[in-house]
Design a protein around this ligand. Sequence first.
Ligand SMILES: NC(=O)c1ccc[n+]([C@@H]2O[C@H](COP(=O)([O-])OP(=O)(O)OC[C@H]3O[C@@H](n4cnc5c(N)ncnc54)[C@H](OP(=O)(O)O)[C@@H]3O)[C@@H](O)[C@H]2O)c1
Length: 285
Amino acid sequence: MQQHQGPLILLTGATAGIGQEAARQLAAQGATVVCVARNEAKARALVEELKRSSGNDRHAYLVGDLSQVADVKRVAREYRERFDRLDVLFNNAGALFVDRQLTAEGLERTFAVNHLAYFVLTTELLDLLQASGSGRVVSTSSAAHHQGDLGFLEDLQNERWGVGGMRPYGRSKLANIWFTVELARRLEGTGVTANCFHPGFVASDFASNNGFAAKVFMALTRPFQRGVSKGADTGVWLATAPELAGKTGGYYHNRKLRKTSKAARDPQAPARLWERSEQIVAELV
Ligand SMILES: NC(=O)c1ccc[n+]([C@@H]2O[C@H](COP(=O)([O-])OP(=O)(O)OC[C@H]3O[C@@H](n4cnc5c(N)ncnc54)[C@H](OP(=O)(O)O)[C@@H]3O)[C@@H](O)[C@H]2O)c1
């Protein structure tokens, strides 16, 4: 078990784009970053870089495929074995899938990676966040949540796929907001906060898993994309800024609280998603 000075932050999706930049910014601020990654070589290279640049040799990584609930649970177990506390859980890994795919556990992949991994990692580690006294959960959502609809609750496995994977993606980013709202409600009075954010349209590796057409789209739209530094900024701020203490249940962009879509403000949906997510995880055991 290792002892730590600055905040101890568990960060997913740290091997590229927004997460990688967030890891760098957090390490530069004195945090110890534990990265969750499916690609061990990329994780090792990043952690070595963070150790060199920050002079802190406690940065670490855990290997896991976040599309698999069993793997997410194993990562949570390994985290407990190696670390004595958790101050911030930063759920950031996410992807868009143009075609509908099922994971080995039979779940639609966008739902599994972009929502269920956030849900499982958080619920598995909630007691550690509570023990920290002022724990924070930060989740990377998106303005794409405006494309999510209440019908998602009746179609969590995205059988109504639509074109290009945007509906399932938008639904998953809506799920990040519902998850944040419900988590904040359940954690009221505990000192642990939950917030999410839209990073903007960011020049990252996003969508590069979808072949040539997606790469061309990202390249052509590059003039409209912001750099990763700006993209990561609001998430890093939510994770560490003292002025955020006690602020919970919010959706932020450019460090400002923003209004969410009508579906995101539905009063029943957050609890319904939470209960359905619990059921789905229980059925997998
Ligand atoms: N880019 C944008 O314009 C934008 C806008 C709004 C919201 N977002 C959100 O921002 C977050 C980060 O995206 P990004 O733009 O930084 O994309 P990115 O550059 O593609 O980075 C995604 C990260 O997630 C990891 N990841 C994906 N699937 C995984 C899995 N099954 N298991 C473990 N790790 C996995 C990737 O690992 P590998 O390195 O192994 O691929 C990578 O580290 C996502 O939640 C996305 O929805 C992005």
